[in-house]
Write a protein that binds this ligand. Sequence first.
Ligand SMILES: [Zn+2]
Length: 154
Amino acid sequence: MFRTHLALGFLIGLLFLLIYNMPYPLLFLLIVTLSSGLPDIDHPKSKYGRKLFFLSIPISWISKHRGFFHSIFPALIIFAVLSYFDYSFVGLAILIGYIAHLIGDAITKQGINFLNPFSTFEIRGPLTTGALFETFIFYILIVINVFYLVKFIF
Ligand SMILES: [Zn+2]
């Protein structure tokens, strides 16, 4: 679910900031959080898929949902291209947000293949998407986020 991905992206971005000193931490966190919804661009009915339909529809022709766009490779390509053009700050934030999404999907029953198309190895977890339990996890993430945000600010 979209909001759970954003909450997890926010948390992972925040933990990254607690470990590494980054310039413009708020901007960094914003890009990480927004990027954590990005892999679902391979699904035209997802939140980003509907908004960016001109990308999601062609993508859905070439890749199944949770296929190549749910591997680490699109994130690495985006990171490499942006770094090449001297935007490694943005590239790193997108990379972290993207990976946060993959981690989130990897703990669901459907699972994901981080190395698609070079491997068929899938990682899956016990979580059912959209279930009441996910709502519970979302609120747990909010509480943890508030805790670390306070820790980060003070
Ligand atoms: Zn996904």
